[in-house]
Ligand binder design. Structure first.
Ligand SMILES: *Cc1c(COP(=O)(O)O)cnc(C)c1O
Length: 509
């Protein structure tokens, strides 16, 4: 799997600051450099060229759309760089300072500057819930609800029945109750916030008992022990890394105990000589001491994926039925919705959590609510949910369906000369991602490219730099595009990008 880090994203254009002055040359430039320096055009001259080019050349779109201030800044930067190169004594082809080349440089740089920093890309990694690539794609239906809420006023906190102030949380609470059987629900910014808020509300200043096998770190420094510290609760670790028994919990219960916490191990598995206390046993034990059980489910799913051939994971409904008092999970992992932290459980606890002032700092905005409501409504018909929620659709796609898509991509690439690149369909394993079902490889089909005109690393880099970047992975000396995470509608763009990159290289060879 390609591990994406920020360094694998296209270079962020430098901030819009005036260019630094060139370092004052300690030795005066040689005669040749002085002559070259004199050939650098003035900023205003290049601006005039750009303007003139704007009226008849096709590639001036960028300059047309750009604010004058930005155009001037870019021109100044480009000229400044030439000046520094000359002063540094580096070789420079005088043609580079000609009108054509300078204009092309300025245009290209303007285009980069005008490109949004956050933009869509094609995920051909096969990792369905890819945290670095935006986790879950939202269903088409959310586009309309998001736009409507963005462009209009809404009843975000206004009760249309009474004409009085309403609560934003009530907009999805009933849906969550109906879907899961929970007594009450609350949604906050993300699951990390949900865990923090729940523990802070129910256990600040008191003890929380957690199995040592569940003291996990979920990517990007969300660590259960640190969350405990921040929430003001005292962590009481029980059991060992691989085995924790009911007796371990029971011996740790004292008059300072606030709750028993179960955490989904998410992104790792302990295998071999292991033992974990089942949630039902934990619930029974807690009941004897009148303590609540809180479970951080992590991914949390409303659908039983084992019905679709995936590994068995307890669903949200099952955890609630088992008697968990408060349950938290992410909105953008297996649920396939927007980033959010869902908190479900007993009304008395949820009420306390709603009253916590910290809640105000972690609240969700109207866009999250609009998208979440639309996604939740799809779950009333599981078949529809699996069809229309991209995360569910990709997870439940059959190998044949993915192979068919891979063949369609290959057909679109048939104009590529074989001397330029060889193509082959191969069997690979996709990953669920997002810490869900970490050991569950999903059989998938990838298009493997072996470019003849460039190296694999060059191809990888060129795909990342494309207008719609394409992220794949290099494996066994080939570049793999896993079609599980590519949408049918993305195939034309993907094919066009590949053809452009590979044939332009081909022509240069
Ligand atoms: C992913 C995860 C979190 C963090 O959820 P976010 O929605 O990313 O904040 C917390 N706990 C577990 C067990 C997780 O898997």
């Amino acid at each position: 799997m390609t591990k994406l880090s920020s360094s694998t994203f296209p270079a962020v254009p430098p901030p819009l600051l005036p260019s630094p002055r060139p370092p004052s040359a300690s030795t005066p430039p040689a005669g040749e450099s002085r002559a070259l320096l004199r050939t650098i055009p003035k900023v205003d001259e290049v601006l005039l060229w750009l303007n003139a080019a704007g009226s008849h050349s096709g590639r001036v779109g960028a300059a047309k759309a750009a604010p004058t201030l930005l155009i001037r800044r870019v021109v100044r930067e480009v000229l400044e760089e030439y000046r520094r190169r000359i002063l540094a004594g580096r070789s420079l082809d005088p043609e580079e300072l000609g009108r054509e080349r300078l204009l092309a440089q300025c245009q290209a740089r303007l285009a980069t500057r005008l490109c949004p920093n956050l933009r869509p890309l094609i995920n051909a990694t096969g990792v369905v819930i890819h945290t670095n690539l935006g986790r879950s794609r939202l269903p088409e239906a959310t586009a309309a609800s998001l736009t409507a809420v963005a462009l209009h006023y809404s009843n975000l906190e206004f009760d249309l029945a009474t004409g009085k102030r309403g609560s934003r949380y009530s907009l999805v609470e009933d849906l969550l109750i109906e879907l899961t059987g929970a007594e009450a629900a609350l949604v906050v910014n993300n699951n990390a916030a949900a865990v923090l808020l729940v523990v802070q509300t129910l256990a600040a200043g008191r003890e929380v008992i957690v199995s040592r096998g569940q003291l996990v770190e979920i990517g990007d420094s969300f660590r259960i022990p640190d969350v405990m510290t921040r929430s003001g609760a005292h962590l009481v670790e029980v059991g060992t890394t691989n085995r924790t028994h009911l007796g371990d919990y029971e011996r740790a219960i004292g008059d300072q105990t606030a709750l028993l916490l179960k955490v989904h191990a998410s992104n790792y598995r302990i295998s071999g000589f292991t033992s974990e206390v089942a949630v039902a046993e934990l619930v029974a034990l807690a009941a004897r001491y009148q303590l609540p059980v809180v479970e951080d489910l992590g991914s949390g799913s409303l659908v039983d994926f084992s019905r679709y051939g995936l590994a068995k994971e307890p669903t949200v409904q099952e955890a609630l039925k088992a008697g968990v008092d408060v349950l938290t999970f992410s909105g953008d992992k297996l649920l396939g919705g927007p980033q959010a932290g869902l908190i479900l459980g007993r009304a008395s606890f949820i009420e306390q959590i709603k009253q916590n002032p910290l809640n105000r700092a972690l609240r969700i905005d109207k866009f999250t609510l609009a998208a979440l409501e639309t996604v939740l409504r799809l779950y009333f018909d599981e078949e529809q949910a699996c069809r229309e929620i991209p995360t569910l659709r990709m997870l439940t796609s059959s190998y044949d369906e993915i192979r068919h898509r891979a063949k369609r991509l290959r057909r679109r690439l048939k104009e590529l000369p074989p001397a330029c690149c060889t193509l082959e369909l191969v069997c690979v394993n996709s990953m669920v991602g997002g810490g869900a079902l970490p050991e569950m490889p999903l059989p998938s089909c990838a298009l493997a490219l072996l470019p003849r005109v460039m190296s694999l690393n060059q191809l990888e880099k060129a795909l990342r730099a494309a207008p719609v970047p394409v992220i794949g992975r290099i494996e066994d000396g080939r570049f793999l595009l896993d079609l599980r995470t590519v949408a049918d509608q993305e195939l034309p763009e993907l094919a066009a990008t590949l053809v452009t990159i590979l044939t332009s290289e081909f022509r240069q060879v």
